[in-house]
Design a protein around this ligand. Structure first.
Ligand code: UQ1
Length: 452
């Protein structure tokens, strides 16, 4: 190699090292400037996050509230069972995120990838560090379709017979599957994990059963509900109403049976008996409605400072304040409080958390207390619904002065026609605090044995 070539090479190396260093310097300085500060940081703009951001941003000075949310679209998920049954369309459940995040809050369209409650900081996907006085975790939970071997593959087959109302990606396949099945086994599952809206896996089954009857194919289809739970429904008062429905409508319920694999090529679903793990069942399906295992989002679950042993935020179940980090609160599905994970629960939590955050910011005692209220409109067909409402003790906590453990058209109408408007126009803007006020007002009509 000639001296001149060596010289040119060295010169290039030098140049590239220089430019590398320059790039590094630039990116570090950019990172340093990527800092944000706020009074309240809301992570997640789902039902709970939007309601909290709306309440707090209208009370605190402009710019005090930051909302961290990467998604473009916000879905009203309680509509997904109705979409699965062909009663609503996916577009009706969806709004642009920019329309639901309150205008007084600053939206950072990124994901939280690291929580550091010791330094009051959340790091975003681009490396931005956001420091806060108060953090509200409202990330929701994560759908782990990938934890069941073969399931994602089955769900990706065009016009296939495996469906799932839990994701906007797969919900439309459900109504297609109801239409396409002609005969054989329709299998519905419930996973061995915490589940959002734990009634939904059986609601879609009742709707399917009604659909098959209406389309004159019910007698050619066997319906099975394989649930990992030891009960049909967690609240005995409503479970006692659901068992006879399954019996009358010839739906076979297998408890403690967990979906562990799907073999789409053979139309086989593999289940395990959770009480006798050595017992494995292969069941042939003509249609499979699969509910994925769920967990806290990985980014949250890895922050052991924040979460309890289940991976959800370790809050006091009444104040919704973190047990150690007093400036951290959780709302909705990401909370470790032992309530049922439903939008109605987030609605009932929202005034409590709001009151407690204002008290916390003013150095006062926290007086707000959440009673575990959750509501689950158990749609049992195209015109019937049992409106389950209950508290932490799994005692009924019903709003209306009539026994709600019966299938009623009025409750179906409320779920299908009234709830969406209540959600968009009352809950997300922070005005809906759950039905406690209504329940108290209506309780004057409670006569006889009904106790709330
Ligand atoms: C509710 O508060 C709520 O949150 C907005 C729901 O989610 C959409 C519900 O489905 C229900 C039933 C309630 C409770 C409301 C009443 C009026 C009983």
């Amino acid at each position: 190699m000639s001296a001149s070539v060596i010289f040119v090479n060295k010169f290039h190396q030098l140049l590239s090292v220089r430019s590398l260093n320059a790039a590094r310097y630039l990116s570090t300085s950019k990172l340093c400037s990527q800092k944000e500060e706020c009074k309240v940081l809301v992570v997640g703009a789902g039902s709970g996050g939007c309601a909290m951001a709306a309440k707090l941003s209208s009370k605190l000075d402009k710019g005090s509230v930051i909302v961290l949310e990467p998604a473009d679209k916000h879905y009203y998920q309680p509509m997904f069972t109705l979409i699965g049954g062909g009663m609503k369309r996916l577009e009706q459940s969806c709004r642009s995120m920019s329309d639901v995040i309150p205008k007084n809050a600053k939206w950072i369209k990124e994901k939280a990838i690291e929580f550091d409650p010791k330094s009051n900081t959340v790091t975003t996907s681009s490396g931005k560090k956001i420091t806060y006085d108060v953090l509200i975790v409202g990330t929701g939970l994560q759908l782990n379709y990938n934890k069941v071997p073969g399931l994602e593959e089955a769900l990706s087959i065009p016009n296939g017979n495996v469906c799932s109302i839990y994701s906007p990606k797969y919900v439309d396949r459900t109504y297609e599957a109801l239409q396409n099945i002609k005969e054989g086994n329709a299998i519905f599952t419930f996973p061995a994990s915490p589940v959002k809206c734990p009634g939904a896996p059986q609601k879609i089954m009742y709707i399917a059963e009604h659909y098959f009857r209406r389309s004159n194919k019910r007698n050619k289809i066997n319906i099975t509900y394989n649930t990992a739970l030891p009960v049909l429904f967690g609240v005995k008062y409503y479970a006692d109403a659901l068992w006879p429905i399954c019996k009358e409508r010839n739906i076979k319920v297998n408890l403690r049976r967990n979906l562990i694999e799907v073999r789409p090529n053979e139309n086989l679903a593999i289940f395990q008996n959770l009480d006798k793990p050595e017992e494995i069942f292969e069941e042939k399906y003509s249609m499979l409605h699969a509910v994925p295992p769920m967990s806290a989002p990985d980014e949250l679950a890895k922050c052991t400072e924040l979460v309890n042993e289940t991976g959800f935020v370790d809050v006091d179940k009444n104040t919704m304040q973190h047990v150690r980090h007093k400036n951290v609160f959780a709302i909705g599905d990401s909370s470790g409080s032992p309530n049922s994970k439903t939008a109605a629960a987030a609605a009932a939590q929202s005034p409590v958390i709001y009151k407690n955050i204002i008290a916390f910011l003013n150095g006062k005692d926290l007086k707000g207390s959440y009673d575990g209220y959750a509501s689950c409109p158990l749609v049992t067909g195209y015109n019937r619904c049992i409106l389950a409402e209950f508290d932490y003790d799994l005692n009924p906590l019903e709003t209306f002065p009539i026994p709600q453990n019966k299938e009623r058209y009025s409750m179906f109408f409320m779920k299908k026609e009234l709830m969406p408007s209540l959600y968009w126009h009352m809950m997300l803007p922070g005005y809906w605090n759950g039905p406690a006020l209504m329940r108290n007002a209506l309780s004057v009509f409670n006569i006889g044995t009904k106790k709330n």
